[in-house]
Design a protein around this ligand. Sequence first.
Ligand code: SAM
Length: 192
Amino acid sequence: MKEIQDTWTKKAKKEGYRSRASYKLLQINKPHKLIENSDMIIELGSAPGGWSQVIANLKRKNTKCYAFDLLPMENVEGIQFHHLDLFSNKFNKFINNLNTRADLILSDMSVNLSGIKVIDDEANKELNLFCLELSKKILNKTGALLIKTFTNQNLKTLKKSFENTFEQVFVEKPQASKTSSAEVYLLGLIPK
Ligand SMILES: C[S@@+](CC[C@H](N)C(=O)[O-])C[C@H]1O[C@@H](n2cnc3c(N)ncnc32)[C@H](O)[C@@H]1O
């Protein structure tokens, strides 16, 4: 299995992607064409920029993409990066000043692990709920929300919240995601 996983890292290097995470987004996006069908994209937790590169490659020329992270990120052409914490006033202001709704919100965010499972799970749950609340505020009628989450005691409730919010919900485990990792992605399509 390790061999297969190393393949994604090698492939990323060879193909000029900043992280193997790029393939996770490529694989989830492929059947739904989420990026290709969006005019306005918000990417949360974008550094070092692997997903931003995928968005930049697949998006239509005039599609706007705003990316955010706590960490700095090297420029990706076509992506407007903001170096900030999503829980800051700056981000709140940005959202309140938006004059278009988003077609797609993407989040590959996770917290820095403390090593204490209950603490990490709760902190990640907070990030997940933040994304869900944001989607209720700014998504278009036909929009989509894709977030990274984890297979743990919170997943069932989170999935239920997605089902209450979206017409269609998918739990995705892309091939490029390590089988040893509890990470999965939740995709919600078309807000109710
Ligand atoms: C797994 S990395 C994202 C990798 C990225 N998708 C890529 O392909 O390069 C998760 C990111 O979420 C960011 N993050 C976590 N909490 C955040 C917060 N409150 N505000 C902004 N960014 C946050 C981290 O700084 C980290 O860079």
